[in-house]
Design a protein around this ligand. Structure first.
Ligand SMILES: [Zn+2]
Length: 102
């Protein structure tokens, strides 16, 4: 199982999950808030994982493609200072590394 997407907004994570499932990629939604062993703030961030590690690259490429299409329609995007990935302008944190966006 490999983590591929993490976002504070569970609706965004759900959207990505349905996108990947529609492409035949089996995903697992992990929300660490159910864990009793840790109380870190980041534990409440929903995380999407691929069940089959060999599909990781494929899944990531679908996610990139999806957000690229969104960018094409609204013509605006933010570039992450941490990892260099582009996120839609309505995002407050990077889709890839969850870093803060300008
Ligand atoms: Zn980033």
């Amino acid at each position: 199982m490999t983590e591929i997407f993490r976002h504070y907004d569970s609706a965004t994570v759900g959207l990505v999950q349905s996108l990947l499932e529609s492409e035949g990629i089996v995903t697992l939604l992990r929300n660490d808030s159910t864990s009793s062993s840790s109380v870190a703030v980041s534990d409440t961030v929903p995380t999407l994982c691929v069940a089959d590690d060999s599909q990781e690259k494929l899944a990531v490429s679908f996610i990139r493609e999806h957000f690229k299409e969104q960018n094409d329609t609204d013509g605006d995007e933010k570039v992450c200072a941490s990892c260099g990935e582009k996120s839609p302008s309505n995002f407050s944190s990077c889709w890839n590394c969850n870093g803060e966006l300008p």
